[in-house]
Write a protein that binds this ligand. Structure first.
Ligand code: SAM
Length: 480
């Protein structure tokens, strides 16, 4: 009994519907006529109010994912890029993870923080240590963080998370500010989500890990995370608690990717059907080597090619959703993924508890090996060299543009009069306050050229005024 409007996990992520979808996709993977029709449906259309995109159903998107014809796959990549440029332009939003605590009571088989790991050093940051981590992150130039913690009601209760958020927002070091704190903590109650909302968080992120219930239960043999329904229904509770922006994700490599993909798109459809707004972001992590974790222990690892195809198909299916890639991936993979739809990346990340205040990258408390070990400045420079505008913008949620209000900004094309100047102004802040000489030179040229791409003349003029004021009187934090 598949029902996207149901609030029961097994009805909106329905195993039978997923299996039928996979069979339908397999049966139609060479159906050129159908594939062309789906690809055409996915394309952005220019309307008088901006761009419009239809998106795809989980069945349509699964047909594309199953298709192995190289010319059609190329076409998927082209359409994915068209969509990305229509809605997100050439901006890439930048963030960093901040690990608060690796105490955890769960038994997740893929995560080194699992309870049976007795040799990993356990660490929980004090508020003073958080303050120092945030100073280090601000000194790099970060404005947006995603906080991470293991699940442990004794060591990491909600009060600890809330106090930590308060500490993070209170740090104003030199010209630094953390203006948006996204939160990636275990599934919790409506009451706790309400508290997180009241603490001013940005997106609540929770990875499903796998949508396959049987696989899920085996991969989470012990601890509160074992409960598939409680985990899968978390986003509904978060939205009930008033959090408008939620971030989905699958940990690719654990279970079959086609199953995961269908589940992920069904989850997005469910949120849209029940709450009138889909996920704010989708992340695409892959299982990595970590302390006592060998990714080869799972039989579903995917090649870079399949990984790229998954990202492109997500882009086609849910065109208005931001897409995130972390430093789990190396520079080459990240470069390719940027072309097919990724709109946010982390930079200069450390995945250990307290890692930002250490001179050398520490490994003792790390959650996973970081593949992209470049500094934030190197990432910023690299993005600009490949034609992307690194954006440190956090304006939307601060201006109340969350949930469907953000989506309508995206849908009406006003994003170009809003996100584009905001990206340029926050890049300017970065260049003045934190950039190396080369980065600065490239960035100044980019800002000058990109100012011309702000459609409304009055916005362009105002943006220029704000930028001048940053240079001349040291003002900061302008936004549209
Ligand atoms: N503890 C929280 C939870 O259970 O949802 C969230 C924080 S956890 C620190 C963040 C995410 O890291 C997990 O949801 C999981 O997908 C991912 N992760 C865990 N082990 C990993 C590994 N070995 N390689 C890559 N990602 C991993």
């Amino acid at each position: 009994m598949y029902n996207p409007k149901s609030l029961k996990a097994e009805e909106f992520i329905n195993d039978e519907e997923i299996r039928e979808t996979l069979a339908y996709a397999e049966a139609n993977k060479d159906n050129v006529e159908l594939i062309d029709k789906i690809l055409e449906k996915a394309r952005p259309i220019k309307t008088k109010d901006g761009w419009h995109c239809e998106g795809l159903t989980h069945r349509e998107a699964s047909v594309l994912l199953a298709c192995e014809m190289s010319d059609k796959i190329e076409r998927m990549y082209e359409v994915a890029e068209e969509i990305k440029l229509a809605f997100y332009g050439n901006r890439i939003v930048i963030f960093a993870p901040l690990y608060l605590s690796n105490y955890c009571v769960n038994g997740c088989l893929y995560c080194p923080y699992h309870i049976k790991n007795t040799h990993i050093a356990r660490k929980k940051l004090t508020q003073e240590e958080i303050y120092n981590e945030v100073v280090a992150l601000q000194d790099m130039g970060h404005k947006r963080l995603a906080i991470e913690a293991g699940e442990d009601p004794v060591n990491n209760p909600i009060e600890y998370i809330l106090e930590s958020i308060k500490t993070i927002y209170s740090v104003h070091h030199k010209n630094g500010d953390i203006r948006r704190v996204n939160v990636n903590i275990a599934a919790t109650t409506v009451e706790n989500y309400r508290k997180l909302r009241d603490a001013g968080i940005g997106t609540y992120i929770l990875f499903q890990e796998t949508y396959n219930k049987k696989g899920y239960e085996e991969l989470h043999p012990t601890g509160p995370k074992h409960d598939y329904a409680y985990h899968t229904e978390a986003m509904d509770r978060a939205m009930e608690g008033g959090i408008d922006d939620v971030g989905l994700g699958v940990l690719f490599g654990l279970e079959g990717y086609k199953y995961e993909f269908a589940g992920l798109i069904m989850h997005a459809e469910h949120l849209e059907a029940v709450h009138g707004v889909g996920p704010h972001t989708i992340s695409v992590p892959r299982v990595k080597r970590a302390d006592d974790i060998d990714p080869d222990a799972f039989d579903n690892s995917i090649s870079d090619e399949i990984f790229t195809k998954i990202a492109a198909c997500i882009r086609l299916a849910v065109p208005y959703t931001g897409m995130i890639i972390s430093t789990r991936e190396n520079e080459q993979v990240r470069a390719r993924m940027l072309q097919v739809g990724i709109s946010q990346i982390s930079g200069g990340s450390r995945t250990s508890v307290g890692g930002y205040t250490e001179e050398e990258r520490p490994h003792d408390t790390e959650q996973f090996d970081v593949s992209d070990q470049r500094t934030l400045d190197e990432v910023v420079k690299w993005l600009m060299e490949s034609g992307h505008i690194p954006s440190f913008c956090t304006a939307c949620y601060r201006a109340g543009r969350t949930g469907d209000r953000f989506m309508s900004l995206c849908k009406t094309g006003q994003i170009q009069n809003c996100c584009h100047p905001n990206a340029l102004m926050t890049l300017k802040e970065y260049l003045i306050d934190y950039a190396g000489e080369d980065t600065k030179r490239i960035g100044e040229a980019m800002i000058e050229a990109e100012l011309n791409n702000i459609p409304k003349e009055n916005v362009r003029k105002k943006c220029l005024e704000y930028i001048k004021s940053m240079e001349e009187d040291g003002s900061r934090d302008f936004r549209f």
